[in-house]
Design a protein. Structure first.
Length: 244
């Protein structure tokens, strides 16, 4: 209970943000409101989606081989909805993601290319209060991202092939963990709630009943606003901020 009463820090926009997520739609359910807010304040936001979400969907009439292309297009549309132009896919297998050297290298490559002031990823820890948010792919993507942040993207002698590509080492100073068991920071997304819902609704292949999205997401964000001790009627997305 004491942790819940701690005052959370308001997260400010920065120049460059790299968001690494396991599946298409993870960023939109998790933090599209924050993304829309940051973009409105001039942040340059890039998405790195680790899998194509090929194990997702609900309609058996859609050939499984078509799912990756469908989900990539949905994610691009959702990104555009909140003002994000840069979306890259790594194409790892949905449902079988592991924190392996090739994944850490690929995330390190993105970090060295983009040189973000902030990296956002999923928590590598299981959240027993929100088990669906702790999908094994989410935890693997989060662990690999943190390993990429420290030490591999900043170590010039790690993954020498990246130096051969002309990508010098880069130091990330701040990471936000989404769906972490503990939170210490927040973004007020009251003004960007509609943009968040619109981004989520771009993922048609994942929404058997789109009418449930708005009230469900509003409830989540009202609870998060309560944790941030915001006033009645406010909405928030919450994170665990790590300074490195």
């Amino acid at each position: 209970m004491e942790r819940e009463m701690l005052e959370l820090e308001a997260i400010k926009p920065v120049d460059k943000v790299l968001i690494v997520m396991a599946h298409p739609d993870d960023v939109d359910f998790g933090l599209a409101g924050s993304v829309a807010s940051w973009v409105s304040h001039g942040s340059n936001v890039s998405y790195l989606i680790v899998t194509d979400g090929d194990a997702g969907g609900f309609d058996p009439s859609i050939p499984r081989l078509e799912i990756p292309a469908i989900r990539r297009e949905e994610q691009k549309k959702a990104a555009a909805y909140v003002g994000v132009e840069s979306v890259e896919f790594l194409g790892y297998c949905d449902g079988a993601l592991r924190n392996v050297p090739s994944l850490v290298r690929d995330i390190s490559r993105a970090i060295r290319k983009i040189k973000p002031d902030r990296v956002v990823c999923q928590s590598p820890e299981r959240n027993y209060l929100r088990v669906p948010a702790s999908h094994p792919d989410h935890r693997a993507a989060g662990a690999a991202t943190l390993d990429a942040v420290y030490p591999y993207s900043r170590n010039p002698f790690a993954f020498p092939e990246l130096l051969e590509e002309g990508l010098d080492a880069f130091i990330v100073k701040e990471v936000l963990l989404s769906a972490h068991p503990e939170v210490n920071s927040f973004v007020d997304v009251t003004e960007t709630f509609d943009a968040k819902v619109g981004a989520i609704l771009c993922h048609n292949s994942q929404l058997p009943d789109p009418t449930t999205v708005e009230p469900m997401v509003r409830k989540w964000l009202e609870m998060s606003a309560g944790r941030a001790q915001l006033g009645e009627g406010r909405l928030a997305e919450v994170f665990f901020k790590v300074t490195i």
